[in-house]
Design a protein around this ligand. Structure first.
Ligand code: ASP
Ligand code: MG
Length: 425
């Protein structure tokens, strides 16, 4: 069994959806589960619908939703010759589900409504792709992942209940075997990013969560591999938009990828790695624009020679905390600070303690920063410095630091034997 995940960019037009069929042609003997994201920028568009609804602006919410509807109907119409009506019927039931809700008044939390509305994106995209593939004789079974992925009710950031999910998954497969006269279906198509609670309320796992769903499926199915299809050649050692000479890394180990994600590289959702590593399932990152390219393989093997890996994170804030009575910053104030991080759910990107001060580099999340600053000001004098850039270089050398940091003014710098970090203007 193989697990494939196709991201939003791989299904954002009729041509791209057709391209998926071409890729699947190379795997015509494999059994597989295919996880597909919402098309293109649909998730962002649905977020706007949820916001308008929650602001009690039902008219605007319905208008915005109408655009999403039309885009999907147009795509389905241009894609499908035979199955259009069937597909339209299925799409309509998802539309109705959302529209019912949009005609109500918000009485529950924003996060709850967010999940009910935003989750539609993946249901629509998988529905269209599944009908298309069936139409061209790539026979597949569409599964509603909400019948499989069971979560708690922490809307927008739900956690998976692995035991129930595992049972539901084998049940779903058994049922399909029965329905298909005892023959195992070769291809299942389902959604990433979404799940459901005990009460059958839809949840989401956090933005970009589809990679994680794919890893969960790979783990529970003991898949031979997971392949994530992206619009880039594979994992690069730097963002090619920022560095023209960014190079492909052919082979990486799980640990390095976790480190990269931790420092802010937008490679793969960090939660994706553990379910794969636990079962030693290799992860391939391949380019859907040219499936013949080798891409990157990520596995448990030790890799000797890695190039320097550069992660640039903009929009950073440096919080200077200074002890109010010039007493040393001992364990107690640090415990207080770390408790605040966990309470506010904010993660320091870099932290340095001195005798009577602490410097913390954080992402610029307005509300969280404000809360942190207010609470920290009970024991510290607090100052903020904004619009900074955090540069991280793994496997660094002198030349690369010189080249990347160069003339920038460095406010804070740290290095270990393999990681160099500088917070700069
Ligand atoms: N569609 C969701 C998002 O854009 C989940 C995903 O694509 O991974 O965040
Ligand atoms: Mg995506």
């Amino acid at each position: 069994m193989k697990v494939f995940k196709f991201g939003g960019a791989s299904v954002n037009s009729v041509e791209r959806i057709k391209n998926i069929a071409g890729i699947l042609g190379n795997y015509s003997n494999d059994r597989m589960v295919i996880i597909i994201s919402a098309m293109g920028k649909t998730t962002n568009a649905l977020e706007k619908v949820a916001e308008a609804f929650f602001e009690n602006n039902a008219t605007k919410a319905l208008e915005l939703f109408e655009e999403v509807k039309n885009q999907h109907l147009t795509t389905a119409h241009n894609l499908l010759a035979v199955n259009y009506n069937l597909c339209k019927e299925d799409l309509s039931s998802f539309f109705t589900e959302a529209e019912w809700l949009l005609h109500d008044k918000p009485v529950r939390s924003f996060d709850y409504y967010y999940d009910q509305i935003v989750s539609i994106g993946e249901l629509l995209s998988t529905c269209i792709v599944s009908h298309y593939l069936n139409e061209i004789n790539i026979v597949n079974t569409w599964l509603d992942v909400r019948d499989i992925i069971r979560t708690d009710n922490n809307f927008r950031d739900a956690s998976i209940d692995w035991n129930i999910t595992e049972n539901k998954l084998s049940l779903a497969f058994q049922e399909n075997v029965k329905n298909n006269k005892d023959s195992l279906q070769r291809i299942y198509i389902t959604q990433g990013f979404i799940g459901a609670t005990d009460d059958n309320e839809t949840t989401t796992l956090g933005r970009e969560g589809s990679d994680y769903t794919a890893a969960v499926f790979a783990n529970l199915l003991n898949a031979e591999s997971l392949t994530i299809w992206k619009d880039v050649e594979g994992v690069m050692n730097a963002d090619p938009k920022q560095f023209k000479d960014a190079q492909l890394i052919a082979e990486l180990n799980f640990e390095e990828v976790i480190e990269m994600a931790f420092y802010g590289a937008q490679v793969i959702h960090p939660k994706t790695i553990k379910p794969l590593q636990n079962k030693q399932i290799p992860l391939f990152v391949k380019c859907f624009l040219d499936a013949s390219l080798p891409g990157t393989v990520i596995h448990n093997k030790n890799i000797k020679q890695l190039p320097p890996i550069i992660v640039v994170k903009d929009n950073q804030v440096l919080m200077h905390l200074h002890s109010q009575d010039f007493s040393f910053v001992g364990e107690k104030p640090m415990i207080y600070l770390y408790d605040l991080f966990s309470l506010i759910k904010i993660k320091p990107n870099l932290i340095q303690t001195g005798a009577i001060s602490v410097q913390i580099c954080l992402d610029n999340k307005e509300e969280k920063l404000e809360e942190l600053a207010t609470k920290a000001s009970t024991i510290f004098d607090v100052q903020l410095q904004k619009q900074l850039t955090l540069i991280t270089i793994r496997n660094y050398n002198k030349e690369i630091i010189e080249r990347i940091v160069g003339e920038r003014k460095v406010l804070l710098q740290q290095q270990t034997s393999n990681t160099f970090q500088a917070l700069c203007f």
